[in-house]
Design a protein around this ligand. Structure first.
Ligand code: AFP
Length: 338
């Protein structure tokens, strides 16, 4: 690709090589990108346009909604409901599937998203992001039911995230590697700046919320303890640690310089298999990480193979540099010490 390639041009050129492509997917992605530019603007203006702070409402996870959670959810819906590419949408911020209003045509894709991931960081001006995943509707042009969305991550045809950081970036895969684009605000276009992003196989940097340590299972306890032992421990090297509490920012760091990110299964609440959501956090991020040469596992199985049973189901997440994820996964299958 030449320098200055726009995201639109990149997608059109990529789709040109796909037999039977009608341009429908390209047009859908274009609408997603418009929504992301609008969200970037709202996040960037912040307090100037009165969008900071919380509401009195909770989402389906029982988490207090930020004003921006609701505003950004609305931006995603309004930009993607009208053009006839979708059979339905699902989001972290909505209990049920969003049905396309009957005044609009239906299409052959499903869009799943977390409109503002890491939103508890928004009031303190730390990076947040949007995560999205595109699936094929099992029956095109028919209003999608919840069951239509419950497809394992391997079925995704596209996944991406936008990172609203010191610059706004969009990182994307359609199953042919991972590419990153930076928003040039002067011309309002995403420009290809990070071609074929690859995650280094080895790392000395781990990310985990250590305040949950007492709830972790034995394999994660062992892994983190060995990292902390550093050069004189079994890993024979010193590790560094990061925790931003914004998954998009953590995954972006890992795509840029390697690392491992863990939100593992813990014993806090046995009814919840972790904190992160499968459909709109773990699956899209795992697709991106695998396409960049990394790995993503629950500790017990590949995340992309998990059969979803609910739109909002949670899943343990261990992802990043291949060799490091292999170490943690290996500890999950190692025989338990007596
Ligand atoms: P919020 O969107 O509620 O801020 O949650 C962010 C998130 O889902 C993910 O982006 C972070 O990695 C993780 O939760 C942070 O969780 P802790 O607050 O438990 O560290």
């Amino acid at each position: 690709m030449h320098s200055g390639t726009t995201l639109t041009q990149f997608i059109i050129e990529e789709q040109r090589h796909i037999a039977g492509a009608t341009g429908d997917f390209t047009a859908l992605l274009n609408d997603v990108v418009t929504a992301i530019k609008t969200i970037s603007n709202a996040v960037n203006k912040g307090a100037l346009i009165g969008v900071m702070g919380s509401l009195d409402t909770e989402n389906v996870q029982g988490e207090t909604q930020k004003k921006l959670d609701v505003i950004t959810n609305d931006i995603m819906i309004r930009n993607n409901e009208w053009a006839g590419h979708l059979a339905g949408m699902a989001s972290e911020e909505m209990d049920n599937v969003y049905s396309i209003p009957t005044k609009y045509p239906l299409g052959k894709y499903l869009l799943v998203f977390d409109p503002l991931d890491g939103s508890s960081n928004v009031d303190i001006n730390i990076s947040v992001g949007t995560i999205f995943s595109i699936l094929r509707a099992p029956v095109p042009n028919r209003a999608a039911a919840k069951e239509d969305f419950l497809q394992p991550g391997v079925k995704q045809i596209c996944a991406g995230y936008a990172l609203y950081g010191s610059s706004t970036m969009l990182v994307l895969t359609t199953g042919h590697g991972v590419n990153g684009f930076t928003l040039d605000r002067d011309i309002g276009e995403f420009i290809l700046t990070h071609e074929d992003m690859r995650i280094p196989a080895d790392t000395k940097e781990f990310a985990i919320n250590a305040s949950n340590q007492r709830f972790w299972e034995a394999p994660v306890q062992r892994y983190v303890a060995e990292c902390l032992e550093g050069k004189t421990g079994p890993r024979e090297r010193d590790f560094n640690m990061r925790w931003i509490a914004s998954m998009v920012a953590e995954v972006h760091r890992i795509l840029t310089r390697g690392g491992i990110f863990m939100y593992p299964r813990d014993t806090r609440d046995p009814s919840k298999a972790g904190k992160l959501r499968l459909m709109y956090e773990a699956n899209p991020m795992s697709f991106i990480v695998e396409q960049a040469g990394g790995k993503a596992s629950t500790g017990y199985e590949r995340i992309l193979d998990v059969e979803p049973t609910d739109l909002h189901q949670r899943v343990p997440v261990i992802l990043g540099s291949k060799n490091e994820v292999d170490v943690v996964v290996g500890y999950h299958s190692a025989p338990k010490a007596e």
